[in-house]
Every structure is written in structure tokens, then in C-alpha cells.
Design a protein around this ligand. Structure first.
Ligand SMILES: C[S@@+](CC[C@H](N)C(=O)[O-])C[C@H]1O[C@@H](n2cnc3c(N)ncnc32)[C@H](O)[C@@H]1O
Length: 186
């Protein structure tokens, strides 16, 4: 990532303040979460989801390129009395080493090149929770997923929930008990 892009994210994280809560795709469906274990929040921003996962008993690794976002996450975790392992990392280099994870969340950060890695980091039976900007109801855009992208990318997982509307697409899916499931790159 360029310095200019990182600074742009830092400025966004200096003002925005999301409330601690589950990933959007799990709102009303938190029963899908495993009872506990390890969780990874990819591009965690200010850490609202990472802190929520930690408060629900997960050992959380939270990754982002923005020091400002991660500092906000640290403050949030301290205020909530939970521990999260914050990892400053540029995802342009791929996901950092780690896992397997019982939950992998990637919310509003889209890079299809990462899809195989997201699935590969899941423990057997682990839960994947992805939300991206979508072209559905919004039209084409440089950061938007074409219709069906998430389903096609993760078709080796058991789909539990999928929605594409109003410019967003979400998928909640479970890895097979025998290992990560992912279609071969096309
Ligand atoms: C739209 S925000 C989403 C934040 C959070 N997941 C949420 O749902 O609130 C996108 C996040 O991706 C991070 N990001 C963008 N490019 C990145 C990169 N190359 N490596 C790591 N993080 C990146 C930004 O710093 C930002 O926190």
C-alpha cells in the first residue's frame, strides 16, 4: 500500500467511531458462531468487531495497515476489559502467518486475491464471515464485487447465509470438518 493510501485510512480512522458489535452479516445470527476458539479479523479498522469477538471469548488476531485504526482498537479493548492481538500489517503482502482460526471475519475490505487465503486459514468446521461492496443494486465500481463473486469463490464451504443487495454482498459459510474447502482458482 502506498503512504498516501495509508494516510487516507489513518484520517478516516481518526474520526469514525463504530460501536462494538458483531460483524454485520451475523447480526441476528450470532447462534452461528462456534462456542469459542481463535478468531481473525482481517482489515479490522478501529476494532469494533475484534473487540466484540474477544468479549465473546475468542482469542483474536486483528490485522490492519492503519496505526490509527489499531490504536483506536487498543483503546476500545482496554475500555471493554478484553485482550486482542493487534497486528500492523499490509495485506498487499498477503495475510500474516497464523491460524488455524475458528472464525475468520473480513468486513468491507475486498481483494479477491485474498479469498483462497481466507478459506485456508479456517480450522475444520470454522466459520467465515465476509461482507464486501457489491455491484448489485449499485452498478459497477472499482471496489465492488460482481454478482455471485463470494459464492463462486467459497463454493467449497457450506453456505449458511448469503445476501446481495443495496450495494453489499455478505456470505457466512462453514469449512468442512475435513479441512478448508475452496474452489480451484479459475
Ligand atoms: C472500510 S474499512 C473496514 C474496517 C472494518 N473491517 C469495518 O468493517 O468497520 C477498510 C479497512 O481496510 C484497511 N486496509 C485497506 N487496505 C489495507 C491493506 N493493504 N492492508 C491492511 N489493511 C488495509 C483500512 O485501514 C481499513 O481499516
Amino acid at each position: 500500500m502506498s503512504d498516501a493510501d495509508r494516510e487516507r485510512w489513518d484520517s478516516r480512522h481518526a474520526v469514525a467511531s463504530p460501536a462494538v458489535g458483531p460483524p454485520d452479516a451475523l447480526r441476528g445470527r450470532t447462534d452461528l458462531l462456534p462456542a469459542g476458539g481463535r478468531a481473525l479479523d482481517v482489515a479490522c479498522g478501529r476494532g469494533a468487531v475484534a473487540v466484540w469477538l474477544a468479549a465473546h471469548g475468542f482469542a483474536v488476531d486483528a490485522v490492519d495497515v492503519s496505526p490509527v485504526g489499531l490504536a483506536a482498537g487498543q483503546e476500545l479493548a482496554a475500555a471493554e476489559g478484553v485482550a486482542v492481538r493487534w497486528r500492523l500489517h499490509d495485506l498487499d503482502a498477503g495475510l500474516p502467518a497464523g491460524g488455524p482460526y475458528d472464525v475468520v471475519v473480513c468486513q468491507r475490505f475486498r481483494d479477491p486475491a485474498h479469498y483462497p487465503e481466507l478459506a485456508a486459514r479456517l480450522a475444520p468446521g470454522g466459520l467465515l464471515v465476509v461482507t464486501v461492496l457489491s455491484e448489485v443494486d449499485a452498478g459497477p465500481g472499482p471496489f465492488r464485487a460482481p454478482a455471485g463473486e463470494l459464492r463462486a469463490a467459497f463454493d467449497g464451504l457450506e453456505e449458511l447465509h448469503h445476501v446481495e443487495r443495496a450495494g453489499e454482498a455478505s456470505l457466512v459459510a462453514r469449512a468442512p470438518l475435513t479441512g478448508p474447502g475452496l474452489s480451484a482458482p479459475g
